[in-house]
Design a binder for this molecule. Structure first.
Ligand code: DHB
Length: 404
């Protein structure tokens, strides 16, 4: 088999890249180890930044998101018995959309298959070869048969545990990591929303988050031991913990519902530099991981493949490699800023083992400042709705100067 771009991993990054390339007339093949059913049912985060929703709309895969997703104009921070609103739209002119990652995946799979795209599910035992050459190869096993895909480029979008990053030769990359001493216990419930907007809560017992998926399905999380298992928590114990961390003295209480899914989310910051070796490009979780606080993971993956699709488009149109050569640096600037934001939100909103009363007071003071100062609230809001996709402050300043 031969294709131009071999994409290893059929999550949002891989599928969206394949879609963007198709719109530019560039052929690709997506290899995914899981079955379509498993891929489409994996429960992940659900906050889409402004730029992510725009890209999905502009490229024709956003219709269902527009219909079924919920636009949120603000989020709440709860601490010290108070709940304060951050007016995202008022501070930035932008909003976010609540729409599950697996719904984005379903929309992308359908769009790719309807356009005749090749998405090969159940591709096992993937190995990457000849990455330093002009014809890298992907070997895999599918339906009992050994296959080889020859490509111009290989893109690794197979997540943190995938083979792509592990295929980099020793010493060509540097990895930066921070592990957090807690996880998130996540539940999906059937029932009406407790609030119209998200609530991020700091409580002495630990962090809690009220989110939503639809008018009928709600998503809630609370800080837990990183080694905890979903089966350790009875429904009653889960509700007691959520009430303890979230209910307020004015009588507001989190709505209970039938729990239909429980999982524990690990928390880690990780960045691999550079995001390229030879003809292999890494994108999304294969290259970087953020803790979930602030929901940046999928949005970063989308930003990566947007940059990469432009580089590949330029290459196939003109043979130029300037954008491809700048891929890693362009993406990493945004990745590090989102890593900083996710680390900051995580640090501000969680209890760390061994934290003393002084530390807790610092966290409350920081939340008080962030919600009370327009400057600080704007800083949170502009990160939350998403920093500009590619242009930095300097490029924007230049544009402003030339416009005036
Ligand atoms: C959700 C996840 C997040 O990490 C977050 O910050 C907000 C919402 C969610 O799954 O709904």
């Amino acid at each position: 088999m031969r294709t131009r771009v071999g994409i290893v991993g059929g999550g949002p990054a891989g599928l969206l890249l394949s879609h963007l390339l198709h719109l530019r007339g560039i052929e690709s093949v997506v290899l995914e180890a899981r079955s379509r059913e498993d891929l489409e049912s994996e429960i992940r985060a659900g906050v889409l930044e402004h730029g992510t929703t725009e890209l999905l709309m502009e490229t024709g895969v956003g219709d269902r998101m527009r219909r079924e997703g919920a636009v949120h104009r603000s989020v709440n921070l709860q601490f010290d018995g108070r709940r304060e609103r951050i007016d995202l739209e008022g501070l930035t002119g932008k909003t976010i959309t609540l729409y599950g990652q697996h719904e984005v995946v379903k929309d992308l799979v359908r769009t790719r298959l309807e356009a005749g795209g090749e998405v090969l599910f159940g591709a096992k035992g993937i190995e990457l070869r000849d990455l330093g050459s002009e014809e890298p190869k992907v070997r895999f096993l599918r339906e009992g048969e050994e296959r080889e895909l020859r490509c111009d480029f290989v893109v690794g979008t197979d997540g943190f545990h995938g083979v792509s990053r592990k295929s980099l030769p020793d010493r060509v990359s540097t990895e930066y990591e921070r592990r957090y001493p807690f996880g998130w216990f996540g539940i999906l419930i059937e029932g009406p929303p407790s609030t119209e907007e998200l609530i991020y809560a700091l409580h002495e017992r630990g962090f809690a988050l009220v989110s939503t998926r639809s008018p009928e399905i709600q998503r809630l999380y609370f800080q837990c031991d990183p080694n905890d298992e979903a089966g350790n928590w009875s429904d009653d114990r889960i509700w007691a913990e959520l009430h303890a961390r979230l209910d307020t003295e004015d009588g507001w209480t989190v709505n209970e519902g039938n729990i239909i899914h429980k999982n524990v989310v690990q928390m880690r910051s990780f960045v691999c530099e550079p995001m390229r070796y030879g003809r292999l490009f890494l994108a999304g979780d294969a290259a970087h991981i953020v803790p979930p606080t602030g929901a940046k993971g999928m949005n970063l993956a989308v930003a990566d493949v947007r940059v990469l699709s432009r580089g590949l488009t330029e290459f196939y149109a003109s043979g130029e490699t300037e954008l491809l050569d700048g891929y890693s640096e362009t993406c990493l600037r945004r990745v590090w800023k989102a890593s900083r934001f996710s680390w900051w939100m995580t640090s501000m909103l969680h209890r760390f083992d061994g934290d003393d009363a002084f530390q807790y007071r610092m966290q409350v003071a920081e939340l008080d400042y962030v919600t009370g100062s327009r400057a600080a609230a704007t800083s949170l809001a502009e990160n939350y709705v998403g920093l500009p996709m590619e242009r930095g402050f300097e490029a924007q300043a230049k544009e402003r100067a030339s416009a005036s």
